[in-house]
Design a protein around this ligand. Sequence first.
Ligand SMILES: NC(=O)c1ccc[n+]([C@@H]2O[C@H](COP(=O)([O-])OP(=O)(O)OC[C@H]3O[C@@H](n4cnc5c(N)ncnc54)[C@H](O)[C@@H]3O)[C@@H](O)[C@H]2O)c1
Length: 378
Amino acid sequence: MTTPGFSADRPLRVGVVGVGWAGQQHLDRYLARPDVEIVGIAGMEAEVLAALAAEHDIPLAVPDWQTLLEQGELDAISVAVPTFLHAPIAIAALDAGVHVLSEKPMARTAEEANAMVAAARRAGRVLQVAFNQRHRGDLAALAEQVASGALGRVYHARASWLRRAGIPTLGSWFTNREMAGGGPLIDLGVHVLDATLRIMGEPRVLTVSAVTHSELGPRGLGGSGSDKQAVGSAYEVEDFATVLLRLEGGASITLESSWATHRPSGDEIALTLYGTDGGADVSVVDYALTPGRYFGTAPDGEADLELEPLQSGGHAQVVDEFLDAIADPASWAEHDGSLGASRTRIIDAAYRSAEAGTEVKLDDDARAPLGHEQEVGA
Ligand SMILES: NC(=O)c1ccc[n+]([C@@H]2O[C@H](COP(=O)([O-])OP(=O)(O)OC[C@H]3O[C@@H](n4cnc5c(N)ncnc54)[C@H](O)[C@@H]3O)[C@@H](O)[C@H]2O)c1
């Protein structure tokens, strides 16, 4: 292994598991970095694998992640496979001394996420989670307003990611509870939850109350038309979820996510922030970079502003931040996956709340042994 101190002369040896949409985002950025050498890729689509290996001169292209890990002599690995495989691959890689960038959601449950963090700490290696949507330029413009103090104290956020017909292929791993861990809440909701908590300054989440519904998916409605590999699964997850989070200090967040519901067509990411001195919102339809709005205290809207989107970072920024962390051994302990695990604990609590029909207190959560103090600032 060549880390630390990698460079174009002594590149970091990286492997990517999963060559679907997500894996290829990671690959694209690594390939653009002169200080990284892609030494191997793994995935079950033989044609895609062969084409990528030929195009980019990748020496090792294998169908399973174990062979990549055993033969790649890797310094770092990106994990972009169905969610049930995130924990086993990440833990095996960390145990072998390999830094890990996991796709979101980090894991299906808090227990799995905690085990991943424990493995990172044991190995003294970096574990990061790919939250690319937090780097959207339009959300960054809202974040800038909050950070400048223009909103005062933000006491409520309404965050949502909603689709009318966006189930990522009916019958694929996404709709299988065992493989995915859940539906749109764990898939899309985790992104807007992450972005919102970040914009609000990482407040502590005290309680989670959620309701989930599954009305369209089980009837074969709401498929996106994409062609993820079918695993023959029934529709086993929710297609709509709504969540209320109580935060330390009295603030609140409501979070909604759907893959399929009767609403305007397309895909909409939306965030509204209410603060003591101002408000802000943005509604992003079909991923188009969108100006947000700032609402000042003047009731006639005199102080209102349009918020120009900043530059979006996406997966390139996620990968760059992962490589930056690897390049700085002093930061490894801090990049132990705690932040990603804290998001997973909230989503896990939401599913348990929905199942039990009650509010779940995060502090009383026996499955969340890592204290919140360790989560913040990671
Ligand atoms: N951050 C984002 O914006 C974003 C977007 C899409 C998906 N994702 C996440 O990325 C992950 C993958 O999603 P996707 O849409 O790319 O899925 P996908 O189904 O398109 O691709 C999954 C890949 O994993 C491979 N795979 C499965 N089992 C394997 C094994 N045992 N060994 C090696 N490879 C194996 C498959 O062959 C395939 O290449 C999921 O966790 C998903 O939530 C993130």
